[in-house]
Design a binder for this molecule. Sequence first.
Ligand code: FBP
Length: 552
Amino acid sequence: MEISALQKARYAYAPKLPAILTSPLAEIAVEFGKPTESLADQADLRQLFKHSYGKPVAKFVKGKSDKNGRKLTVGVILSGGQAPGGHNVIAGIYDGLKKGNKASKLYGFLGGPSGLTDNKTIEINDPMMDEFRNTGGFDMIGSGRTKIETPEQFAASLETAKKLGLDAVVVIGGDDSNTNAALLAEYFTAQGSSVQVVGCPKTIDGDLKNEHIETSFGFDTACKTYSEVIGNIERDANSAKKYWHFIKLMGRSASHITLECALQTQPSICLVSEEVEAKALSLSAIVDQICDSVAKRAANNENYGVVLIPEGLVEFVPEMKKLIAELNDLMAHHADEFAKLSGFEAQAIWLSKHLSKESGSVMAALPSEIGKQLLMDRDPHGNVQVSRIDTEKLLIGMVEAKLAGMKKAGAYVGKFSALAHFFGYEGRCAFPSNFDADYCYALGFSAFLLIAAGLTGYISSVRNLVAPAAQWLAGGVPLTMMMNMEQRHGSKKPVIRKALVELDGAPFRTFAAKRAEWAVKTSFLYPGAIQYYGPTEVCDQPTKTLKLEHLK
Ligand code: FBP
């Protein structure tokens, strides 16, 4: 197979590790903290996780250990959306296992969690591993969004683990997949099995984070990839001086990606869903905000600009949130009836009879393309697939209409010509930045050490990430510590809490202090492409989000 020159060069990259992980394995011990509590709903969670609740935080320290050289058999799952660095997590686990004992084995479950329930595996060997080191994508073993939730699926998972003679399963995933990992860990122990389960924090969305998980992997590379292209578009806008670019950015729910890209590129406008929700801003209030900037810039003869829009925005606009909730209920409770309706027109007539008056008129006012997108199939977790809703086009249409009215009233004198973009899939499989390559390898190596120490129900944790990699701290956090109970599909479920953008956090406050200026005066920043080789201040920097969060 032909490979690019960069891919070849990246094979030779040796990820930088926290100092403790470079020690001989017999000299890495585990230090435990005090027993922990969950974020909330302690009584419920203690009851649900009888065998795994409240374990102590684990930290790797210098000390004697006779466990790290045991022969181990481990299976690894990539779960959910792709995120740059996943292959390096696998490399960290693989190298740890082989360093501990040459006879240890690593199986990859094919196609995500269904690989575990259906026993679809491949044994990873040296040539296979070497082909994927420091590369993006999840194509080494594939990924999937199957949710392990039925008693049959749990039983089938245990059956597979027994057949393969597994000591442990590693789940590399986001908040939902790591919730699944916690449930699997509890189930295995409750069944008297010694199979351990360890999670790793993955998602470009950046919303799996807390006191112990400073960031999920992939966020760094994805934001840098999008920021490069946004910077290129800004430069084009500044050169041609004739287009407003409306750019929707991935991030199913939280606006971390959009906010980080705004800090990197200083666009004219950046919308943050969490603020929209907190201030209960309607679609028309958002449009007013955009038009205000368009008009002010036009008055300066600058009929161009860049608007960043988080993918999940529509679910945070109050009237849209209500409409989507009603649609979800109707489509779930009348699934058969709804499936029989042929075409959007028939669906719209049926909905006009079933939606509340308020939601009915919101739906009727939407362009039919957006209406159709709101009715598309939900994902396996019951979520609207926001990546398929053209929010950027919806906003362009509304801004055009509003500006036409303003022009008639003499409140706007410019020319408005807009282009729509969506950056999502372009960034999920990029070659991992040095930060993600290092971070992921350290997460994988730590997952191996957690397994060797006999721990289950933990997520691999590497911290102090704004310091050079040698000073990073490694260990594990009990999954139940990150959980609370939330209403999901009509009943209370244990889940890992999603971290949304905090409006009193340093990243948002830094942006909020600058945005009035950016909205009028062209302040674009051009971050350029990810650099893999060169001075450390160019190649090894974490995101601005991480740096600002560490300042607090
Ligand atoms: P994960 O939470 O599984 O990491 O996926 C995140 C994401 O990339 C979102 O940003 C996006 O909305 C979604 O996946 C798209 O899903 P799909 O890959 O199924 O189209």
